[in-house]
Design a binder for this molecule. Sequence first.
Ligand code: ACM
Length: 537
Amino acid sequence: MSRFSFLLLLLFSISTMAQNVTVIPQPLKVEHGEGQFVINSRTKIIDRTIDRANAEYLQQMLQPVFVKKLEIKTSGARGIVLKTEEKLLKELGEEGYELEISKKSILITGASSKGVFYGLQTIRQLLPENLNLSQKELVLSCVRIKDKPRFSWRAFMLDEARYFKGMTQVKKILDQMALLKMNVFHWHLTDDQGWRIEIKKYPKLTSVGSYRNSTQIGGWNSSELSGKPHSGFYTQEQIKEIIAYATKRGITIIPEIEMPGHASAAIAAYPWLGTIGTIQEVPAVFGKLPDSYNVSDPLVYEFLEGVLNEVVDLFPSKIIHIGGDEVKFDAWKESEQVQKFMKEKSLTSPTDLQIYFTNKISNFIDQKNHRMMGWNEILGGNVHEWQDADDVKTTETLAKSSIIHFWKGSLDLVKDAVSKGYEIVNSHHIFTYLDYNYKSIPLEKAYSFDPIPEGLEKEYHSKILGSGCQMWSEWIPKETDLEKMVFPRLAAYAAVGWTAKERKDYSLFRTNLNFFLQYWESQGIVVAPKFEKKDFN
Ligand code: ACM
């Protein structure tokens, strides 16, 4: 190679390198500078934000390195400066930030505390993976970053109904979400196999509904049972503790209370809620179970409103997820009472009955100044191959305030829904289900997901709020099983939600993942041993 072409190559690689940092999700704009900033035990944290939370978070983050806490001051310019400037809201949004590392200072500016918090998460990834080893100094290269998320909804869903995981595991996941700038913890708290949230008005939901005496094991077609009881639920006090933990990390918790299907645990607790009326105990088997709430009974609405009253009071989130997926309609079709009700209300299909029910619940939630969200079956339409075409004929219209959580069916359904004015969170199962193995969803496929369906007209893009990834837990009894499915894909989904489309680059992502692979190991998190497409060829 001639000296000239070597120089050209060097220049070229500097100019391309200059746009990226070893951070996941990759920020919007990066400009490298010259020199370094050195943090040592005398470095000051200068807090010019609206509260001390971020300064204290940084202090705690660095404490193990220098053994002592760095001093927090409220004025000065040399040190690590944290600043909020409301006038930047238009440019950066609530979650964006600017980060400037120069030889004299580190300056993180956000329009709000959330932005400053995300600036700190970027700093965290520019530091060594393991901060538990005491060191004299930490060195950061000079850089200027301007960053904000592509989507406002960047969710991880945990199904604790199938297996209860508990507070320690939830907090561990919330920590990882925060580092990856994910902001919604969608908590699937009720399902056929367990009810996991204390409701004071209906104590049997947990005294009966949180316990099952055995569990199906060995896969969907297996008839084997574990023979071991499983139980667990959160008290409202524990939930408050988790909410506070999440809030500190910029994460909103969206509770999901499943209705009208996936409700066998509640029906086991209060059998009058059911349509068939044969459930004696919380089911041990998974799949789509036959009974659903009897939506023709006023007492059922009274019960659900009682539950939702407590849920709304407990969670600061303005959105409540009501499930709504996979209702088996036979129970309603075979119930005289339900059929009579449908005639009275001129409802011609079970889907219309579900929409009628969902609208009543949506109305109730709206009146409480909240919004209802549900899986895309709440819109009606032909979603499942096992459904009878006549059953899914839809004439009723779902309340327009509903947020549609798309997971299954044709992408045309998304296009149709946004054109009718609905907002969507896109969790298309073939890309975002964490219970699917790595052969089905290797890391690169997870990373490649675009929540905006191809061909969707630009005018509707803002209707796509973002996406979620879902850890369904039927076959996930242990923490380590869960971690292997979640890590490293969580990092890919974080990038899906945050990184600008034109900034996505899998090979860069894969290189930057090395930080996380080491970091997770230092945190005792178990990562899948194989997660690349080539591992399964
Ligand atoms: C779902 O996976 N049943 C939403």
